[in-house]
Ligand binder design. Structure first.
Ligand code: ZN
Length: 451
């Protein structure tokens, strides 16, 4: 076990616990990787050897949780700048077929370094043969950056010759997928309290995966007690594909396959019927809402306010860096508010609801709500301290300044009490090194010399 980090006492900050009342000038005390006190005024007791952080002018929130990402896509940003999801995917598959572990390592380092999160999920679903251990490469990147990580072992088995969208060269055989997924769970998944790494099982989407892979994946995940993730109801094209191939709309198709439940969270859920909204809520199925990506690809605007009103868990995600080139999660808070209001009116979503989606809502999607997502004694010390002031100083309400304004710099980011960002600087991996790793991954993927 690594040594416990030094205790940290933050005082004088505007504290938003998310679960509980906001504190205009308060403290957060962190010891042994846990939050031990949250309240108004100065800390009642300072642990021995603690570092004291003056949070004046700062907003303290739970660490953000990213519920949907494709880190490898850092290497293919800018592809098909103007196209539908299916056009963008078909152009991207050709590039992604050439990726190797080095590309994934560099892309994941850059993407995680820029995320501003304390917990990130990732959905990796392309595994070209003979290119190294791509899953391990992103896990190693997350370990170096120091984030809590939920990598999803993704998969595709239905290539073009079987009615799917991807070319046959990027899909895998069902038995090989299940074996590799089982191996990944056994090797990396840690179910313990405070775990830094949990694996999920994640066939890619209804248009790239067989029904057999979906049901066998669900059986495998449930036999290990790990979660399930996939894309669903992203575009009108997907609706049409599902109607033609399966005779039902996407969410009903998942329901039929046993793919709704409290151990499942789904990316997008843009095109939902009223019945779909009810089913997601009554089954406790989570949604990873990715408003920037949905806008970039013209997919539509998800029924987030309806899902929240129905009581369904909803988190935020950035989706891959190639469909949402601005990857810090905080930007999705602003996008979520604006897109919901643009479509459903001025009361559709508040800044505070969006912040809750980015924290506790995301934790619910990942099954971590007892551990992270709010500032409460006994929870993991996943804490973000955002430096307001400067251009934000003209907005009185710190939550509105955070949600509506430009994303403020992180004064401090703690993951399990360990410092990942301090004074706006990433302390685990130098930011210029992480940026270079992303640029190198892009060059490596887009040039043929390593193939
Ligand atoms: Zn995605």
């Amino acid at each position: 076990m690594p040594e416990s980090p030094r205790p940290v006492v933050v005082e004088n900050a505007y504290v938003v616990p998310v679960a509980g009342k906001e504190i205009p000038s308060g403290h957060v005390v962190v010891e042994d990787g846990l939050i031990t006190a949250v309240g108004p005024g100065p800390a009642p007791a300072v642990p021995e050897g603690a570092e004291r952080v003056d949070g004046s002018g700062c907003l303290a929130t739970p660490g953000l949780v990213n519920t949907h990402h494709h880190l490898y896509q850092w290497a293919s940003q800018g592809v098909t700048a103007d196209g539908t999801l299916f056009e963008w995917l078909v152009a991207s598959y050709r590039l992604w077929a050439r990726m190797d572990a080095e590309v994934v390592a560099g892309a994941a380092t850059a993407g995680l370094a820029l995320s501003g999160c304390t917990t990130s999920s990732d959905h990796h679903y392309i595994f070209p043969k003979g290119r190294g251990d791509l899953f391990e490469a992103e896990i190693e990147a997350a370990r170096r950056v120091g984030l809590r990580f939920h990598p999803c072992r993704g998969s595709m088995d239905r290539g073009a010759s079987r009615g799917g969208l991807p070319p046959d060269e990027v899909v895998e055989d069902v038995d090989e997928i299940l074996q590799a997924t089982d191996d990944a769970i056994r090797k990396f998944h840690d179910p313990s309290f405070g775990s830094m790494l949990r694996v999920a099982v994640a066939p890619c989407s209804p248009f790239s995966v067989s029904g057999e892979l979906m049901t066998r994946s669900a059986d495998l995940a449930r036999s290990h007690g790990v979660r399930l993730h996939t894309h669903v109801a992203e575009t009108a094209d997907e609706d049409e594909h599902c109607r033609e191939q399966f005779g039902v709309l996407p969410v009903e198709y998942l329901d039929r396959l046993g793919w709704l439940g409290p151990d499942v969270w789904l990316a997008h859920c843009v095109h939902l019927t009223d019945k779909d909204v009810r089913r997601l809520a009554e089954t406790g199925t989570g949604t990873a809402h990715c408003p920037s990506s949905n806008g970039r690809l013209g997919a539509g605007i998800a029924r987030v306010s309806d899902l929240l009103a129905a009581g369904a868990p909803v988190g935020l995600g950035v989706d891959g860096a190639a469909s949402s080139e601005m990857t810090p999660l905080a930007g999705e808070i602003r996008m979520a508010v604006l897109t919901q209001r643009a479509r459903y009116g001025p009361r559709a979503l508040t800044a505070r609801q969006a912040l809750e989606m980015a924290t506790l809502g995301g934790a619910r999607c990942l099954g971590r709500e007892a551990e992270t997502g709010s500032l409460e004694p006994g929870k993991l010390a996943d804490v973000a301290l955002w430096r307001l002031g400067g251009f934000h100083a003209a907005i009185d309400d710190p939550v509105v300044a955070f949600a509506y304004g430009a994303t403020p710099p992180l004064e401090r980011l703690l993951v399990g009490g360990r410092t990942v960002v301090d004074g706006g600087e990433l302390r685990t991996v130098p930011a210029d090194q992480a940026a270079r790793a992303g640029a190198d991954a892009h060059r490596r993927l887009t040039t043929m010399d390593h193939v």
